[in-house]
Design a protein around this ligand. Structure first.
Ligand code: GDP
Ligand code: IMO
Ligand code: MG
Length: 436
């Protein structure tokens, strides 16, 4: 039995989708516990590329249960679009949705754009998927949950109250005319209700049963530690608890159930959206990585900002998440860079900092202090596949030294190393489910 959480250790897009898909082969259940359609998780399986925003990354295995937990905010339109895309290629996943999951409503999406427009330099550069406004309503107890959508009279009443309020808010505060009428949204969401009903069940019970039957469960984080509403770089992150604690609150199991917490670490830094990024580089190396790695947002298509690996952030991620293992990704993408830099600590006001300060204003003033490492060669796809088969020792000495240094500094062992986007491009050092 293992209950294992997979989380992003940096600013998102570390390769969580790939890592979850890899582990899912051995799991019984995969659970998404936070975020919504702001996520973009890419999986390459059998040469085919899939990008999931809403669906858990275990959906390519139809025999596994895939849960959308209560911590997620569900945008039905996106959910059904993704299901239709899978259906078109003959994949019919087994999905369960918690009745406690909150719904993203059209006015949340309108508010996301309106609020960002008024935030000036504090705008996080959101994905405009209505995430912040939906979680705001959840916390203010204004939200509408999936289970409530399934009760027609209750849904009508809540929608009436909220629609009236949001039209006024958008107009009077933000100067935006919200033109979708209450009736229009009512009929759209009533149609979703019919289609969603078969998926809705007490997902907490499924997990509790899985615990009792000693099953293997994988909790799939979205976003990342530095985007967490509490522990991330406030206010430039997202609106949910994206770190490991969110797996419990966002799915309905207790912390004592968790055996492993795997932090996904891209071997350099990338970031979509705004806010300070201490190790950011904007030179030929950044261009090389962005072009070679196709570093453009999966959800928005925006070019990702690039930086060197940032150890203060990773130490902090190890602490906040209680990481038990590291899953490195994109060793192949960074190959070919002759001198690879790692930020070992920051300097701020004459002090050495091993983890980031709390305020973004202080993070912006931190000076990253680097240690240089010899880079490793790009050995080409065939050789990377061979490394995946032959194990860690088959990687170049330089790559091994780099990864071991990071693991030792962070104090967390290496579980796997990604050397390509495919499921099979994975060098495994330690399994989480008892076998490699
Ligand atoms: P996520 O949001 O954390 O799931 O990551 P994204 O899917 O947004 O972005 C990660 C990108 O890196 C995707 O295009 C993956 O296919 C790709 N990827 C993941 N691991 C590796 C790896 O080890 N090597 C290479 N070349 N690509 C990888
Ligand atoms: P995955 O799961 C990278 C960023 C946005 C923005 C901030 C808030 O693919 O790693 P939001 O729309 O959530 O209100 O935006 O968070 N962001 C992500 N960046 N990967 C993600 O998800 C992200 N989800 C949100 O760019 O700065
Ligand atoms: Mg992504």
């Amino acid at each position: 039995m293992t209950f294992a959480i997979v989380v992003g250790s940096q600013w998102g897009d570390e390769g969580k989708g790939k890592v979850v898909d890899y582990y899912a082969a051995q799991a019984d259940i995969v659970v998404r516990f936070c975020g919504g359609a702001n996520a973009g998780h890419t999986i390459v399986s059998g040469g085919k590329k899939f990008a999931f925003h809403h669906l858990p990354s275990g959906v390519l295995y139809p025999e596994k249960i895939n849960i959308i937990g209560n911590g997620v905010v569900l945008e039905p339109k996106k959910f059904f679009e993704e299901l239709a895309q899978l259906d078109a290629v003959g994949i019919k996943p087994n999905i369960k949705i918690s009745p406690r999951t909150h719904l993203v409503m059209p006015y949340h999406i309108a508010l996301d754009g309106a609020e960002e427009g008024k935030k000036g330099a504090l705008a996080a550069g959101t994905t405009k998927r209505g995430i912040g406004p939906c979680y705001s309503d959840k916390a203010a107890r204004f939200g509408i949950r999936v289970g409530e959508l399934l009760q027609p009279a209750l849904f009508r009443e809540k929608l009436h109250t909220m629609h009236t309020l949001k039209v006024k808010l958008l107009k009077d505060v933000y100067g935006v005319d919200f033109l979708q009428s209450e009736d229009e949204i009512h009929s759209l969401y009533s149609a979703y209700a019919k289609k969603l009903a078969p998926f809705v069940t007490e997902t907490g019970d499924i997990l509790s049963d899985a615990l009792a039957k000693k099953k293997k469960v994988l909790f799939e984080g979205a976003q990342a530690t530095m985007l967490d509403i509490d522990h991330g770089m406030y206010p430039f992150g997202t609106s949910s608890n994206t770190s490991a604690g969110g797996a419990c609150t966002g799915s309905g199991i207790g912390p004592t159930a968790i055996d492993e917490v795997v932090g996904v670490v891209k071997v350099y830094t990338s970031r979509v959206g705004s806010g300070p990024l201490p190790t950011e580089i904007d030179d030929d190396v950044a261009k090389f990585i962005r072009d070679k790695g196709g570093e453009y947002g999966t959800t928005t298509g925006r070019p990702r900002r690039i930086g060197w690996l940032d150890l203060p952030t990773l130490r902090y991620a190890a602490q906040v998440n209680g990481l038990t293992g590291l899953a490195f990704t994109r060793l192949d993408t960074l190959s070919g860079v002759q001198k690879v830099m790692v930020c070992t600590h920051y300097e701020l006001d004459g002090k050495k900092l091993l983890t980031p300060p709390a305020n973004y204003t202080d993070i912006a003033r931190c000076k990253p202090i680097y240690q240089a490492f010899a880079g490793w060669d790009d050995v080409g796809d065939d050789k990377w596949h061979e490394c995946a088969r032959n194990g860690f020792k088959s990687l170049s000495k330089e790559a091994q030294a780099y990864l071991k240094f990071v693991s030792e500094e962070v104090g967390v062992p290496i579980y796997l190393v990604g050397v390509g986007p495919g499921r099979e491009d994975t060098v495994v050092l330690k399994s989480i489910f008892g076998r490699k």
